[in-house]
Design a protein around this ligand. Structure first.
Ligand code: SF4
Length: 64
């Protein structure tokens, strides 16, 4: 499974980093989110899916 964040959509709500703190890192300057790694480790996939569903901007893109 792969994950990416659409930087045009992300508004830096930080929800993803709260739901999946091992999988997303927030930019210190504008607060936008990026995946820690494009390929999601098996033990983080459920949290990443939950984060994607919870993102208010639908900025988290998952490729199964
Ligand atoms: S929840 Fe969505 S909009 Fe908010 S920081 Fe994460 S990717 Fe960006």
């Amino acid at each position: 499974m792969k994950v990416s964040v659409d930087g045009q959509r992300c508004q830096g709500h930080t929800l993803c980093a709260m739901i999946a703190p091992d999988s997303f890192v927030l930019n210190d300057i504008d607060g936008t989110s990026s995946p820690v790694s494009e390929v999601v480790p098996a033990d983080q996939q459920d949290a990443v899916r939950e984060a994607a569903h919870s993102c208010p901007e639908q900025a988290i893109l998952i490729e199964e």
